[in-house]
Design a protein around this ligand. Structure first.
Ligand SMILES: [Mn+2]
Length: 201
């Protein structure tokens, strides 16, 4: 399999993002977004997916965290899609159920290059705030990531009182599901995993 890496530079009036990923990494990461809880979640996404991530992002977080979180997600999904290329020889589908102390999250991921991004997001924990970070924005994070990664992503956070644990369980579950979906299937012989013969139309 050829190298599955991508680098994205994305600069707007609101944010400035430099991002590199390697799908066949070891879970090495360097994440600087200026938002500590968001850094923590992205660290987990890299560590548990084994996707190396180097992310330097800055932006108008004095206004709100919204632009920064959304734009990192868009850039990350774009990098993901580029690194996957034609998506040959991969498992394509992935899923995981992950406990984090009191909380549990389930992620069902399927990858499709065919322009069919989708997000289903059920989150049982009704709390929002971790310090000054409104976790409602993480729904937008996953939607933006699914959009540019061209991925169908179903997230179901089932229960758990602790909000930090609930989001941590989701990030780790998605990471594990992505790892499964991106991994090469030796029996697939580098074929596109679709009876259509393509995942790009
Ligand atoms: Mn934690």
């Amino acid at each position: 399999m050829t190298e599955r890496k991508a680098t994205i530079e994305r600069k707007t009036g609101e944010t400035d993002i430099q991002l590199s990923i390697n799908l066949d990494g070891t879970g090495k990461y360097s994440i600087e977004t200026g938002v500590p809880f968001f850094n923590h979640m992205l660290d987990l996404l890299s560590k548990h997916s084994l996707i190396d991530m180097d992310i330097k992002a800055s932006g108008d977080i004095d206004v709100d965290y919204h632009h920064l979180v959304e734009d990192v997600a868009l850039a990350l999904g774009q990098a993901f899609s580029e690194a996957l290329g034609e998506r040959r020889g991969i498992n394509r589908y992935g899923f995981w159920v992950l406990p984090m102390d009191d909380a549990i999250a389930q992620a069902e991921v399927c990858l499709d290059l065919g322009g069919r991004p989708y997000l289903v997001y059920n989150f049982a924990n009704q709390k929002n705030m971790i310090r000054d970070f409104d976790c409602d924005i993480l729904k937008h994070f996953w939607r933006s990531f699914a959009d540019t990664a061209k991925m169908n992503l179903h997230i179901d956070q089932k229960y758990g009182e602790d909000l930090h644990h609930a989001h941590e369980a989701v990030f780790k579950a998605v990471a594990r599901a992505l790892r499964m979906a991106c991994t090469a299937d030796e029996r697939a012989l580098d074929a596109v995993p679709s009876s259509k013969g393509t995942l790009s139309k």
